[in-house]
Design a binder for this molecule. Structure first.
Ligand SMILES: NC(=O)c1ccc[n+]([C@@H]2O[C@H](COP(=O)([O-])OP(=O)(O)OC[C@H]3O[C@@H](n4cnc5c(N)ncnc54)[C@H](O)[C@@H]3O)[C@@H](O)[C@H]2O)c1
Length: 331
């Protein structure tokens, strides 16, 4: 199946990997990004338009000039801590600008969208592993914007015919196995790249926030899902929507949890580097365990994750050395 896909936020971490997979499968890829957190060096596949989803006129022009079949919406600010300090920034970009995108789509007859949601919609879940029907109680503005958008999409789907797939990613991690693309967040807040910085000697140590959680080694447990496994789910999502199926939402995780200590040990083993580990107090708002149940995506989309934790760390390490050794714009 081939069709025209607008990848909004395609110059970012996850979007750039999805563009590569779309391109390799023969889809026509149009990347749309304002470079607020994306990079030219991550735009390698498809045509590129520098633009902001808050700009209605520009979006209308794009939809008029290109016959877009499906939109993938990756644009968002993603730092939980910042969303607590500066919620306006998050409500404007993640909510208001997203609605602007939906408005432009509807007025231009584009009726299919894949939305990047998050495990943060569940907040502090009572039941783990978490299935899609777990109550949604996001505990920060970032998570709330994502849950609000899911609810808006559901209403727009029921009344305006905008069909959607919302993917609730757990912890996206790893990099393109060819070493061409990877994570380049600035500032970086995700555990694996921070531990890799410690392995490279760029950070003096890695901090472990809390060692008294009710887990087997006292540290928090998360479900890490390789970015290419997220990309393959997006391909399934397009097929699903192009086949006329109904709006839906899916968890995307590996269904296995790794503790902070286990991630650190895996990084030490895979990289062969040792580095100091500092144990400090818990941070507020970190649930002890977040593990996905992704049976629904497996059953209804035929999706199956392929990458394990060693692959995640190996591919991230390969990319990370390249990213940190070359000045960013020239990579
Ligand atoms: N990284 C994760 O672990 C994770 C987990 C759950 C959900 N998500 C969601 O997945 C999506 C992608 O995450 P990511 O890690 O690739 O983030 P990212 O910051 O690397 O990518 C987001 C991209 O969107 C662009 N962008 C932001 N606002 C824009 C706007 N108004 N107009 C045009 N472009 C804009 C940025 O420049 C960037 O290239 C986000 O919506 C995020 O909330 C990510």
């Amino acid at each position: 199946m081939s069709c025209n896909v607008l990848v909004a936020g395609g110059a970012g971490y996850i979007g750039s990997h999805v563009c590569k997979m779309l391109y390799s499968k023969g889809y026509n890829v149009l990347v749309f990004d304002n470079f607020s957190h994306g990079y030219e060096f991550l735009v390698k596949y498809g045509k590129f338009i520098l633009g902001d989803i808050g700009d209605r006129k520009q979006l209308d022009l794009v939809f008029k000039n290109y016959k877009i079949d499906v939109v993938m919406h990756f644009c968002a600010y993603i730092e939980v801590g910042e969303s607590v300090q500066n919620p306006r920034k998050y409500y404007v970009n993640n909510l208001y600008n997203a609605i602007n995108l939906f408005e432009s789509m509807l007025d231009n007859g584009v009726d299919k969208i894949i939305f990047s949601s998050t495990a943060a919609v569940y907040g502090m879940p009572e039941n783990v592993p978490i299935d899609e029907e777990e109550p949604k109680n996001p505990i920060n503005p970032y998570g709330r914007t994502k849950w609000m958008i899911e609810q808006i999409l559901s209403d727009y789907s029921n009344s305006h015919g905008l069909r959607y797939v919302a993917f609730r990613y757990f912890n996206a991690a790893g990099a393109d196995p060819d070493g061409e693309l990877g994570e380049a967040h600035e500032p970086e807040t995700h555990l694996i790249p921070l531990v890799l910085d410690a392995a490279m000697g760029i950070r003096k140590s890695i901090k472990v926030f809390g060692t008294d959680y009710p887990t087997h080694d006292g540290t928090c447990i998360r479900d890490y899902i390789h970015v290419n496994d997220l990309a393959s789910a997006h391909i399934k999502g397009i097929e699903y929507l192009m086949n006329g199926k109904k709006s839906n939402y899916f968890n995307l995780g590996n269904g296995k949890g790794f503790s902070v200590r286990e991630i650190i040990d895996t990084v030490k083993r895979v990289t062969g580097k040792d580095f100091p580990v500092e144990e400090v107090e818990r941070r507020p708002g970190d649930p002890a365990i977040l593990i996905a149940k992704s049976e629904k995506a497996k059953k209804e989309l035929g999706w199956e994750p392929e990458f394990g934790i060693d692959d995640i760390i190996k591919t991230a390490w390969k990319w990370h050395q390249k990213l940190r050794s070359i000045p960013k714009p020239q990579i």
